[in-house]
Design a protein around this ligand. Sequence first.
Ligand SMILES: *Cc1c(COP(=O)(O)O)cnc(C)c1O
Length: 369
Amino acid sequence: MLGKLTHQKSIKRNILLNPGPATTSKRVKEAMIIEDICPRESEFGDLMHQICDGILEIGNGLETHEVGLFVASGTGAMEATLVSALGDDDRVLIVTNGAYGLRMEAICKSYGLEYDTAFSFGDYPEAAKVKKVLEDGQFTHLAMIHHETSTGMMNPLEEIAEVCKERDVKLIVDAMSSYGAYPIDLKKTPLDYIFSSSNKCIHGMAGLSFVVFHKDRIEELKRNQRAFYFDLYSQWNNLQQKNQLRFTPPVQICYAFMEAIKETLEEGVKARWKRYQDNWQILYDGFKNLGFQFFLPESYESKILLALDLNSKPELDFNDFHDFLYQHQITIYPGVIPECNTFRVAIIGDLQQEDIHHVMKKVTEYMEG
Ligand SMILES: *Cc1c(COP(=O)(O)O)cnc(C)c1O
C-alpha cells in the first residue's frame, strides 16, 4: 500500500483565453491523480459507458443517439465522422465559411470523398441560401461547423437542421467549441452526427474526442466501414460488445473528463451558457471602450469567442501585448489566420466574471501604459 500521495505540488492558476484547451477547475485537475488501472478491466469499461451517457445527457440525446469515443484531438472526431458517415455513393455539401469548414474539405479531399463547398471565409450561411444550394445539387449530406472558432461566428444550426430534414439530407455538425455550453437539444433538433472533444466547452483535459450519432445511422455506418483506427462503427461496437475501447485510452484523462462532465451537468448547460454570454459581454464592452473594432457584426457573434481586428489598432505590437499578458498568467490566442488580420479571445473554461474583469484591467493597463 502506498497510502496517500505525500508530495503536494502547488499549481498556479492561469487564465486561458485561447479557444481550448481551456482553464480547468481544481476538481478536474485532481481527478487525474488516481490509482493505476488496466483499461481492459470492467471497472474501467464502466467508466467509458458513464462518459458516453454523460455526453448524451449534456445534449438530451440518451434516447435517440449513441456515442463513439476516440483517443484523438477534435480533428480525429471530425475525420472519423466524415470517413465513416459518407459511403461510396454519397456526396456532401460542406459549409466553408471559416478555417474549420475548410478543414472538413481537406479531410474529404484526402480520402477522395465526394464533396462540394458553399460560402467563403466570413460569410453568414443563411438557411435560405443553404436550401438553394441543396436544391441545385445532388447531396446526401451537409457538413457544417456550429460555432466557427476561427471567426467567432455562430452558424444557424437549428434553421439549417430544419432545411436538411425537409430535403432528407443527413446533417453532420462540428460542435467542437459549443457542445457543453450552448444548449443543443438532440431530441428536438434533427442531427445525424455531431462531434466535439474533451477540452473545449466541457472543460476537461485534451486527449479525447467523441462522435454522437443517431441510432438510425448504425446500419449505414456498418456498411460504410472504410477507415481502420477512425472507423466509427468499430469504435462504438467494440465498447458495446467487449466493454473496452479498441485501443489504449489515456486513463487519467478519462477520469478527468468524467469529472468535467459531472461538473457540466451540475452547473447545467443553460446556466453555463448564461455565464459564457455574461463573460463575453465584459470582454466586448471592455475592448470596445479601448477603441478596438471586431471582425464580425454583433448579430453574428457566438458570444463564446471574439475576433478583434488588428487593423483597428495599427500601433499595437501584438507579440509584446501577448507577452505582457502572459507574464500576468493570461493567455490570448496567438494563432494567426491568413484570411484576416485578427487576434482572438475566448471565454471557454472555468472562468468567472472576476477573472474577465481582471483580464480587462490588465489589458487596459497595457493599452494605457
Ligand atoms: C478546436 C476545433 C477543432 C479541433 O481542433 P483540434 O486541435 O484537433 O482539437 C475542430 N473544429 C472546431 C470548430 C474547433 O474549434
